[in-house]
Design a protein around this ligand. Sequence first.
Ligand code: X2X
Length: 375
Amino acid sequence: MTLTATHANAGPASRHLRPRCSDHSPALSQSHTARPRVAATGRSALMAGVLGLALLSPLMASDAEARELSVSTVLSDAFPWGQAAEKWAELVEERSGGELTLRVYPNAQLVAGDQTKEFSAMRQGLIDLAVGSTINWSPQVPELNLFSLPFLMPDHAAIDALTQGESGKQVFAAIESKGIKPLAWGENGFREVSNSSKSITSPDDLKGLKIRVVGSPLFQDTFTALGANPTQMSWADAKPALTTGAVDGQENPLSVFDVARIDQVGQTHLTLWHYMADPLIFAANQRVWKSLSEQERTLLTETAREAGAWEIAMSREGNAQRLADIEARGVNVVKLDEDAMQTFRDATQSVYASWTPKIGESLVETARAEVEASR
Ligand code: X2X
């Protein structure tokens, strides 16, 4: 049995009789009309009109109120990210006694694969809930670029110091000011760089390499500062581009490299440089949020926190084994020493100069102080 098969079968969704994880749901336009929540709302309005609310029996009333909310993710439950969303759904269903269900739509399918549109789609009400990466939402929420500043967070303690500290509060406030209710943190992980041609041990090695990067323009600046040739594309396009050699490299957490079998598309060199990590954020569209009872809001928040904490721990614990598996498959793994790390930090200083004003001077200062205090 291959590792891919193990991971693919290990998702929490496999415990449900009814498929929860809708891999084949319609994309953006259709999904809007097909969403059961809309239908349920229409039905209850009709029933209220015909019968009068006072005449509804408690049973009918609860039938009409049972709701299903959509949850968008980029990665499926073969990955910790998708498992976080499935865990959330599982806890909500259990604790609401089935009154509230979450249906997870992975692979950014509710935005036709364009993960940088997820935040906007949630804001517009095309998506009810999401577990999204700070990277993918940063085009709409500049403060989220904080986590992408190169080499800001050296270790897990630093990530926690930000998400659990004052920086995290400010970031959540920024999200809320954009019309989305943030509920809890998860984690995609430290993003390590891979390529198909050589060991990357210094910025010089990146010169001229075409690297696939994600949606925020900050990544263009980081890889340009390092002398590479960055190309922005969605996750859906990344593996094909690596396969054909349209790009030489990519950067993603070990869990993504491992589960997506990036080694099988020629990525034989992997450098562990921990240059940034993308937290995940559990969040809700404000209109949906306001329509929920106090009890339902508490339920969604508590279960999101539990699912997030569970996923963070599980994904961190899994990293050592993932690395061993990746090395066992013949990938050449480079671990940088302190001097080498410093050459990368020095080479990316310009990113701080251009991005600190966009993120917010005081937020960057707060974050730096919180990282320092965590050491
Ligand atoms: O596109 C990526 O690289 C991914 C899957 O890690 C994110 O969505 C940020």
